[in-house]
Design a protein around this ligand. Sequence first.
Ligand code: ADP
Length: 399
Amino acid sequence: MSDRVLVINSGSSSLKYQLVDVDSGTALASGLVERIGEETGDVVHRSVDGEPIKLQVKIADHAAGLRLAFDMLERTGMSLSGSSIAAVGHRVVHGGEVFYRPTLITDEVMKEIDRLSALAPLHNPANIIGIESARELLPQVPHVAVFDTAFFHGLPDAAATYAIDSEVAREHGIRRYGFHGTSHEYVSGQVAQVLGRPLDQLKQIVLHLGNGASASAVRYGRAIDTSMGMTPLEGLVMGTRCGDIDPGIIMHLRRSADMDVDQIDQLLNRRSGLKGLCGDNDFREVRRMIESGDSAAQLAYDVYVHRLRRYIGAYMIELGGVDAITFTAGVGENSPTVRADALAGLESFGIAIDQDRNNSQSRAARVISIDDARVKVLVVPTNEELAIARASIACIAAD
Ligand code: ADP
């Protein structure tokens, strides 16, 4: 049987895809389809060898976007027909309390994912559109849903429960689910490999710092806390999301600024975080602004790092000490400054970064703490696509 998996991550107006060879753990091809439904859409397709192929055409809907992607794959010699691929793995954001392992997609499963849209109105409907289009185009292949919440399914009740009226919470599914689980699980597993120590003996903090950002505390391979909550809005300061705020602010905006729920949603999800504080959500740009003396960018950065340190501190206590602290995703993998500032002055806790290691531009998973530090600090590139591909293969093998 082929061990190739097509991984699809479908957003509201975009689609990411990657053809993964699970045996070797490599991407054979990948692409991004953006601005679906707009006047002109963008497609960028990359194969292992050869220049990226770029297209600008109107892409009516997700099915049209996927058809374009499949065309590109075929044109660059990557067949999707017959038994060329073992499965299609779909990233699904919210699995609620129902889905906590990779799940073979059936009509029943689709109904359930749709029902969970109430909990993730910005995400699950977009995932569903992508799955439906892919099932139509590739009906002969098993499709597997891999949930972003799954790794956090077993959070202890004390970490998963909001202190609000418990009946209201039960009725409306209000609890902490956590997100980016595929990344946190993959990265914490990689850390054990890099350190050559068993996963079930490590207490870890994983910091996934991308456009979205989240922290997790992982004890002996299981998540015991995470910074995102019922939605991906809670926790760290992100590119455009506020992370933790006093919920009283929402009532205040409703009453005093006469903003309706959709406006508040827009404000907190799209016009907050780094962007809200200094006008840009791209971390590289924020750093450039700081270097040119922009005080708003400096404050945005300070708030970002302050929140990060608060979570690191909390998780060190929750875990009862920590063996490894790991940075991953766009900012975590690429910004030595954030890594250094997030862990500055913690030598008395056994945490000390080696400057040269931190500043090296490697793409490899690596340790950046000094040799005799009690706590290992690592940079580990995340690979959610590979994790989804592996999970998909395991799911169909078990079925
Ligand atoms: P997501 O998958 O959540 O969209 P990514 O993990 O791709 O996000 O991370 C995107 C973030 O990473 C952006 O804020 C971007 O500025 C930041 N980033 C990418 N490269 C660098 C770099 N070299 N230095 C600092 N930040 C970077």
